[in-house]
Ligand binder design. Structure first.
Ligand SMILES: [Zn+2]
Length: 194
């Protein structure tokens, strides 16, 4: 049922995009056009569905302008993930504005026996397509599972974002590593001097 509304890979693309920035460490994995190419190669869900004009032309050429635009999209996606659980209306406004700006349009697709809807952009901008894919995926998570499913890792030195698609929806940490680190720290602070 959920699969009809969003694909896990599109949700993952949104989270991964936000997490190319590590605010506490001050690291940024989206500073060059090559890094943008790598990100898109690793996230085919975020690539434009090869437009007719581009067919047979191989991978699209990316520019510094694409990079700047994608970094702006990342800012919006990250803000949505950070704010949704505390202020869902604000997150919704960010999503709606981002979708409007990217001139998104819903498309019904059919392959073999499967039907699904997809939100794409009717521009040929890489950033607009990325915004359409990621923001509509986050919108579907909010609409189907609730805004509290989007969040920021509770690890004090982490602040990576996550989308919790699990059954019970009790995720607090981005990864098991972060959860483990936090439980070890809590144990130490309960049990004697450091
Ligand atoms: Zn974490």
């Amino acid at each position: 049922m959920l699969d009809a509304c969003y694909t896990t890979s599109a949700v993952q693309a949104a989270v991964d995009l936000a997490n190319t920035l590590k605010p506490i460490k001050g690291e940024d994995a989206l500073e060059t056009v090559e890094q943008l190419r790598d990100f898109l190669d690793a996230h085919p869900a975020a690539e434009p569905p090869s437009p007719a004009a581009n067919q047979g032309a191989g991978p699209r050429q990316l520019t510094r302008a694409d990079l700047a635009e994608v970094r702006a999209v990342r800012e919006t996606v990250r803000e949505v993930l950070e704010r949704a659980s505390a202020d869902a209306d604000e997150a919704a406004a960010l999503i709606n504005e981002g979708l409007r700006r990217s001139r998104t349009t819903p498309v019904l697709r059919h392959e073999d026996d499967r039907w699904w809807t997809e939100v794409t952009s009717d521009t040929d901008r890489c950033s607009a397509h990325l915004a359409a894919t990621t923001l509509s995926a986050l919108a579907s998570v909010i609409a189907t599972l609730g805004p509290a499913r989007l969040g920021v890792c509770a690890g004090p030195t982490c602040r990576a974002t996550f989308a919790d698609l699990s059954r019970n929806g009790s995720k607090q940490y981005c990864t098991r590593t972060c959860a483990h680190r936090a439980s070890v720290a809590a144990y130490r602070s309960r049990n004697g001097p450091r």
